[in-house]
Unconditional design. Structure first.
Length: 205
């Protein structure tokens, strides 16, 4: 039964990847061979539910051969992220920021209009520093695990490549989760592989 469930999980993720590959993404400047990637977010970026070296930024660093800074803070809400981001960007000077934020706002039932403004502000902060942005949408808690529309709307406004299904697809599969809201080691590995694929589609690699 476990084997069958695992095969179903892999099939589900493969379908998600195929759908993502068929969508057109904005094109971003190709990363320099010595570029730094900045992964910014909350516990999904930090890697809660797995070892520190099993987080998606750690695996993405292995896939790209580039430095990927893990700037995830468990429990952080988007208003805190807005305040934390500028100093970190100025310190690390990345060429690319991968933004995955807003999940804790939804868990705490905060006003999603404010969440959207905070996400928009974080992207603007990066763009003002010449940093490209790639975004991962986070689903609202519930049966269907669907991200709020504001993620896609902001991505269109800002010309940012976005993955609407990576995180929802993983969190919809029990075999890929360590608890109710976090992936396990395998989930983070798939997350990193899908982000790597999105980077290719966006011209970054």
């Amino acid at each position: 039964m476990k084997c069958r469930s695992f095969r179903f999980s892999l099939l589900f993720i493969s379908v998600v990847l195929l759908l993502a590959a068929c969508s057109s993404q904005p094109q971003l400047p190709k990363l320099n061979p010595e570029a730094t990637i900045f992964a910014f977010g909350d516990s999904l970026t930090y890697g809660s539910g797995a070892g520190r070296n099993e987080s998606y930024p750690a695996v993405l660093s292995q896939l790209t051969g580039l430095e990927v800074i893990n700037a995830g803070v468990p429990g952080e809400v988007s208003s805190q992220g807005v305040k934390r981001l500028p100093g970190l960007l100025d310190e690390h000077l990345p060429q690319l920021m991968i933004l995955c934020h807003g999940g804790n706002d939804m868990l705490r039932q905060k006003d999603l209009n404010l969440t959207a403004e905070n996400v928009r502000s974080m992207i603007q902060t990066a763009h003002e520093r010449g940093v490209s942005v790639l975004m991962l949408a986070v689903p609202k808690p519930g049966l269907f695990m669907k991200p709020p529309p504001f993620y896609e709307e902001i991505a269109g406004e800002k010309g940012v490549p976005i993955a609407m299904e990576i995180v929802p697809g993983i969190l919809s599969e029990r075999s890929l989760k360590s608890d109710t809201v976090h992936p396990n080691q395998e989930g983070y590995r798939i997350m990193a592989e899908e982000v790597f694929q999105l980077m290719k589609e966006s011209g970054l690699i």
